[in-house]
Design a protein around this ligand. Structure first.
Ligand SMILES: NC(=O)c1ccc[n+]([C@@H]2O[C@H](COP(=O)([O-])OP(=O)(O)OC[C@H]3O[C@@H](n4cnc5c(N)ncnc54)[C@H](O)[C@@H]3O)[C@@H](O)[C@H]2O)c1
Length: 245
């Protein structure tokens, strides 16, 4: 059994904890949750023997603890991937993980198709575009970050991320899956079917692909953002199960 910890006890962290406790990561055992209110730190999780930690806190909190965890040989599945928009930090993380045999496993978050993106990036002409479908803004509650996004934006991944850094983590993790920020772009579109969601549009000199995820109307028994939180659990399974992909 792989010993697992979680950083963050908010919306995503709670879904991840419930999923592991319900047996959705059968090769893993939860050793603890780091949370400021509980007075438990990420380093306490490493002291308890955590081999892999799922982070679901804030980009600043991830920045604070990630290098130290990697130095202790602990691998991390981060959800606050916006922290990697700082390429110097990303490089420091790569260097530390190489030196200490630890790993950062990026979950697909609100998007998908990272396996395909990684293959596309091995041939010339690679271009990956995260398309965000933003439905009619007038029906959105105030404070919804999507309300402030331009209706038709087209730019690089980093320009897109800068529009709303607290909710566009997905643009950063997709850019890394596409082989780097130089290959990666971001667009907003109004969906013809009225449904919000994301596509990852891939192309290189050999092929094209589109992977789309659209939100269904919320159901009472499925917490909001379940798909995003569970992407960390499926990543955990991918790196701990004996037959993987
Ligand atoms: N990768 C993606 O596609 C994606 C999608 C949505 C959200 N996110 C990111 O995932 C993270 C979690 O999102 P959420 O909706 O659960 O947020 P949330 O605000 O509901 O919960 C965050 C929790 O982290 C805690 N926290 C903050 N600093 C901490 C620290 N130093 N140590 C321990 N806990 C700390 C907060 O107290 C809070 O309980 C955020 O950074 C969010 O931007 C990523």
């Amino acid at each position: 059994m792989t010993k697992v910890g979680i950083i963050g006890a908010g919306r995503l962290g709670t879904i991840v904890k419930d999923a592991i406790e319900a047996g959705l990561a059968p090769d893993c055992e939860l050793v603890g949750v780091a949370s400021r209110s509980l007075g438990v730190t990420p380093s306490d999780l490493a002291d308890k023997g955590a081999e892999i930690i799922i982070e679901a806190s804030k980009p600043a909190a991830l920045r604070e603890c990630l290098v130290g965890l990697l130095e202790r040989g602990v691998s991390v599945i981060p959800l606050s991937t916006g922290a990697f928009a700082d390429e110097d930090f990303l490089e420091e993380v790569r260097r530390t993980a190489r030196e200490h045999g630890s790993r950062v496993y990026l979950p697909h978050g609100a998007e998908g198709g990272f396996d395909l993106a990684a293959t596309f990036s091995l041939l010339p002409g690679m271009k990956g575009t995260v398309v965000q479908y933003v439905p009619e803004r007038s029906g959105m509650p105030d404070g919804n970050p999507m309300k402030a996004l331009p209706e038709h934006f087209k730019g690089t991944a980093l320009e897109g991320f800068a529009l709303s850094p607290s909710h566009l983590n997905v643009v950063i993790e997709s850019a890394i899956a596409c082989g780097g920020f130089g290959n990666a772009f971001y667009e907003t579109r109004i969906p013809e079917d009225g449904k919000g969601g994301f596509s990852l549009e891939l192309e290189n000199d050999a092929a094209e692909a589109v992977i789309t995820i659209k939100n269904k109307p919320p159901k009472d028994d499925i917490p909001m953002m379940s798909m995003i939180a569970l992407s960390a659990v499926s990543t955990l399974n991918r790196v701990t199960q004996p037959v993987t992909f």
